[in-house]
Design a protein around this ligand. Structure first.
Ligand code: ATP
Length: 452
């Protein structure tokens, strides 16, 4: 085990380094000394993040006739958070080491109050637990007063409940149907860290899947299990290593009182097995709570019979940044290869699925000579209309291939002097490194086939 642990720590360092050096993810506000584990996504990170979110939307909204998407406000009426229980109950419990003053979330420290400080090693010397609400508070309008306090949403879910009757009406969907949303969420976490694992500002991809009030356990379990399968399908599609995934059944005494079943989808991160996603059966708790608090009728009305009922909900909840971390850790690969001179060399390859790769194709003219550049430019413009392409005419071709391997570009297209004669280019595959000569006029169709 210790061997794996040290290998894993190394992996984490390597992934963080690659993310930084290649412009995927770097510390935010760095010129001012950073800001407590805030991270900015650079050019490649922004592409990767966008591709992940687009694929999620494609798989769960566009490809499903029973899910519609929304894009709601981050700041909602404060009564939302009273009704949902966040104002009273969205608390973390903080304890602090009396010796070195390191702070912990009580439930996250092994052994809690009786545990050992991970920083200085002092045993069971912690301050009494103090409870903190983790919602970010601000004021609506220029004057700070108690009656204009608002919160940045700590989850995207509540808008799907509050907007439920409106969406049911305009979408004319029949139960069961889902409402999906991708967007920012904010939590004033006691401790952040482990790169992009625990952040104060992050993005969620959530679905509230509304079903008829179930008559039997099987009635809701059927949908719950369907969503478990969907989550597995999604994880495979983005290239997460399924051997590192554990589905953990949360026992009754640890899950929310209204939840009939909760499964945490956990990932074996280098710093431990931790939550990646959550899947919960929430009953009719949320809609009931908002109906009671608002005094509005939030029931679903059957279009044919006119009968009203309060739907129950299955909620798959996924964090964007935790997904990206799991993807990077799964995709990072080192391979020993032989150089043209016969020397051994380590090749770093980010083996991410093409669909989420920041660039699908890199166009690499062998030299910067105008006649090659002309062909390369033309190809770049043509392909760039349909897919994201990189263009690189600097350094040796070997170095350029390595760079594209490291950022996960599935295909490189090389234009050489022969291309001027035979009107062909070389297409190189990231994973196999196999190269094939292809007619320029057939390039677009070939790449399209390869990329689907
Ligand atoms: P944790 O126990 O790790 O604090 P949670 O159980 O509070 O997580 P949920 O409320 O279920 O998390 O949120 C749904 C998803 O949002 C999580 O599965 C995770 O992917 C993501 N998420 C939650 N908190 C954070 C955070 N602070 N930073 C990044 N992602 C987060």
């Amino acid at each position: 085990m210790p061997k794996k642990e040290s290998k894993d720590t190394e992996l984490m360092d390597k992934v963080v380094r690659l993310a930084r050096n290649r412009g995927f993810i770097f510390p935010g506000s760095e010129i001012y000394g950073g800001l407590q584990n805030s991270w900015d996504f650079g050019p490649l990170g922004a592409e990767l993040k966008k591709n992940v979110k687009d694929l999620w939307w494609k798989m769960f909204v566009h490809e499903r006739p029973d899910v519609v998407g929304i894009d709601a406000n981050i700041i909602m009426n404060t009564r939302t958070w009273e009704a949902s229980g966040h104002i009273d109950g969205f608390n973390d419990v903080l304890i602090e080491c009396k010796d070195c003053h390191e702070r912990y979330r009580e439930d996250e420290l092994d052994g809690g109050l009786k545990g050992t400080c991970e920083k200085c090693g002092t045993k069971a010397q912690f301050t009494s637990p103090a409870s903190f609400n983790t919602m970010f508070k601000t004021n609506l309008g220029p004057i700070e007063s108690d009656d204009n306090v608002v919160y940045l949403r700590p989850e995207t879910a509540q808008a799907m409940f509050v907007d439920f009757p409106e969406i049911a009406r305009v979408s004319r969907k029949k139960l069961p149907f889902g409402i999906a949303q991708i967007g920012k969420a904010f939590r004033n976490e006691i401790t952040t860290g482990n790169f992009i694992f625990r952040l104060r500002e992050f993005e969620q991809m959530e679905i509230e899947y509304f079903i008829e009030p179930p008559k039997t356990k099987e009635n809701w379990e059927k949908y719950f299990n369907q969503w478990l399968k969907e989550i597995r399908r999604w994880l495979k599609a983005v290239g997460v290593d399924m051997e590192r995934i554990k589905e953990v059944e949360i026992p009754k005494n640890e899950r929310a009182h209204y939840s009939g079943r909760t499964v945490d989808i956990e990932f074996q991160y280098p710093f431990g097995q931790k939550e990646l996603y959550g899947l919960a059966y929430r009953g009719d708790y949320d809609l009931n709570a908002h109906e009671k608090s608002s005094g509005e009728n939030l029931k679903y009305r059957d279009l044919k019979t006119g009968k009203e009922l309060m739907p129950h909900v299955i909620e798959p909840s996924m964090g964007v940044e935790r997904t990206i971390l799991a993807i990077l850790l799964s995709a990072y690969t080192e391979e020993e290869v032989k150089t043209a001179k016969g020397d051994k060399e380590v090749r770093i390859v980010l083996k991410i699925p093409s669909i989420i790769a920041p660039y699908k194709v890199a166009i690499l003219p062998l030299s910067d000579k105008p006649e090659l550049r002309k062909i390369a430019e033309k190809i770049r413009i043509e392909l760039g209309k349909e897919i994201s392409v990189d263009y690189d005419a600097t350094q040796s071709i070997g170095k350029r291939y390595r760079r594209q391997d490291e950022i996960g570009t599935p295909y490189c297209v090389t234009i050489d002097f022969e291309s001027l004669e035979d009107k062909k280019v070389t297409v190189r595959d990231r994973d196999t490194m196999k190269q094939e000569r292809v007619k320029i006029e057939e390039l677009r169709d070939l790449l399209k086939t390869k990329l689907t």
